[in-house]
Design a protein around this ligand. Structure first.
Ligand SMILES: Cc1cc2nc3c(=O)[nH]c(=O)nc-3n(C[C@H](O)[C@H](O)[C@H](O)COP(=O)(O)OP(=O)(O)OC[C@H]3O[C@@H](n4cnc5c(N)ncnc54)[C@H](O)[C@@H]3O)c2cc1C
Length: 508
């Protein structure tokens, strides 16, 4: 006899943060929910660095669906005060250091080999790196508290989409399992469960390079600021950030948690016909050998878990919905960790899918979900493809980042002011004026002379520049300056008083 045989309104495959968050929301909508996980928690997961937009969406979903126990996780200060046992890293912003192979990194008075962009004015309201073994295990416990039926160590062998529902067949800890649900959501990550079970076709991101990633968790990683004591007056300590080492053809992330563990890895262009890396530890050693001061930062580092390698790193499905099924954004596609877009795309997808479930999944709502999800992924791919073309050229790379920071900070402020219509689509891709201009600029990045292109970036972001970006006087260090925001009130169809009130609501 099957160990489980039940009817659910919703089955979710995968219990990463996205699957369990959607499960909790679905419970709030009154649905019965089954979550099936092939592994068990706590477990390693990659994808750790949050952003202001991601945190805003986490906060918004927690408020809208009455999940107050999740809200403290949207800022460093409230997280530390409420859940100090959940591993976390302090992320005050984004720091970038440009490297040339074989040469030591040296800070210059002009600071042109570095870029610091603050995302918050102080630690209390800062973003975080989520230590996923703790974070995801906590969310699973919360989901169970909310009445979600959770089955771990479960292998699904069959998924039949039929007129009376979705039939899931498999086994749990050697015992047969059968479950039926009205709708199934795939939250199992790229090339995940439904991609294979339904033999869904893949699609390509137009013009995106073939890239690979190699990564692990470490102890004993050195501090960049301590090794280079030139950051005393910097807008934030560069290690308390998503720290990036960038170089021609690729980049590296270094994310420190408050439990002594650091997440680090690199993503780089790889020749499409080259053999995928079979020896990630060797690839890591070869990588460190190319960059003397990164090697120094990792001189005492120990990898504390098996190496991961992903190649190709980017993935996109051709379809992400069908009758009785949908994939969350991470199952539908992934581009690259640069700019930490994964969480916010996942949270945008959860928001859209929750509304679709609320409306009982009409075909039109599912179709709209698919269009928006794939368009957001494509917009992300256009940004990151352009970034790969200009990596290794600090001025052009910095200008490229300005397109991202301008659109992300404008969108965040517009949403916080209750004006979502001002910022349609991820990275303003659907904005009637800025969207097409950004798209054209991204297509030309690295293909036209840098100086000309960089000058056009500054004028392109002018209507959405609420953060004082592209300002040569800041010499590559962008702190948070409330005056920039107040001056930008007309861009946000707002007033300085309304912006002050919004800042007070944010605890500033
Ligand atoms: C190298 C890399 C770095 C990244 N860095 C960042 C970053 O810094 N910031 C950011 O915002 N995003 C980042 N991302 C993206 C981020 O990882 C995702 O946004 C996030 O993990 C999505 O969460 P999820 O819950 O959808 O999927 P996951 O976290 O992948 O969880 C999927 C779950 O499904 C389970 N599962 C898989 N297959 C099955 C199956 N057949 N049956 C049952 N269960 C199954 C898995 O065990 C897992 O628990 C990164 C991604 C990569 C690849």
């Amino acid at each position: 006899m099957p160990s489980v045989s039940a009817d659910f309104d919703l089955a979710i495959v995968g219990s990463g943060f996205a699957g369990t968050l959607l499960a909790m929301i679905a419970r709030r909508l009154g649905l019965s929910v089954l979550v099936v996980e092939r592994g068990s928690h706590p477990r390693f997961a990659i994808g750790e660095s949050s952003t202001p937009l991601a945190n805003l969406w986490l906060e918004t979903l927690a408020d809208r669906y009455d999940l107050p126990r999740l809200r403290p996780l949207s800022q460093w200060g409230s997280w530390q005060a409420t859940y100090p046992q959940i591993g976390c890293g302090l992320k005050r912003g984004f720091s970038y250091f440009h490297h040339t192979p074989g040469q030591p990194w040296r800070p210059s008075p002009s600071r042109e080999e570095q870029l610091l962009v603050a995302a918050s004015p102080n630690d209390a309201v800062a973003d975080t790196h989520w230590y996923r073994p703790d974070f995801d295990a906590f969310l699973v416990e919360e989901a169970i508290r909310e009445g979600v039926e959770y089955l771990d160590e479960t292998t699904l062998t069959e998924c039949r989409i039929e007129a009376d529902g979705v039939h899931l067949v498999g086994h749990r800890k050697e015992r047969p399992l059968e479950a039926r649900a009205a709708f199934v959501v795939d939250a199992s990550g790229p090339r995940g469960y439904l991609q294979r079970a339904l033999a869904l076709p893949e699609a390509r991101y137009e013009g995106f390079p073939h890239t690979r990633g190699v990564f692990s968790h470490f102890t004993g990683v050195g501090s960049w600021a301590e090794a280079h004591p030139v950051f005393d007056s910097a807008p934030f300590p560069p290690d308390e950030a998503a720290l990036h080492h960038v170089f021609e053809g690729g980049w590296m992330w270094v994310l420190r948690f408050n439990n002594g563990i650091t997440s680090a890895g690199f993503a780089e262009w790889a020749h499409p016909t080259a053999q995928p890396t079979s020896d990630p530890a060797g690839a890591w050693a070869e990588f460190l050998n190319r960059f003397p001061l990164i090697r120094q930062q990792f001189a005492r580092a120990q990898a504390i878990r098996p190496w991961n390698r992903t190649e190709p790193l980017a993935f996109r499905t051709a379809r992400c919905v069908g009758p009785r099924w949908a994939q969350l954004p991470m199952a539908a596609g992934f581009v690259d960790p640069l700019f930490s877009t994964g969480f916010v795309l996942s949270l945008l997808g959860i928001d859209r899918l929750a509304r679709t479930l609320e409306a009982r999944c009409p075909e039109s709502a599912l179709a709209a979900y698919e269009t928006e999800t794939l368009a957001d992924l494509d917009a992300t791919a256009r940004l990151i493809a352009a970034a790969y073309r200009v990596l290794g050229r600090p001025a052009a790379f910095e200008a490229l980042t300005m397109l991202y920071f301008a659109s992300a900070s404008f969108a965040e402020t517009a949403l916080r002011l209750g004006k979502p219509a001002l910022a349609p689509g991820f990275l303003l891709r659907a904005h009637p004026h800025v969207g097409p201009v950004m798209r054209a600029l991204l297509a030309e990045a690295g293909r036209v002379p840098d100086a000309e292109w960089i000058a056009r970036v500054a004028s392109a972001i002018e209507p959405i520049n609420v953060a004082g970006l592209c300002d040569p006087e800041k010499r590559h260090w962008y702190g948070v300056d409330v005056a920039d925001l107040l001056r930008s009130a007309p861009r946000l169809e707002s007033s300085p008083e309304a912006i002050q009130a919004m800042l007070r609501d944010c605890g500033l």
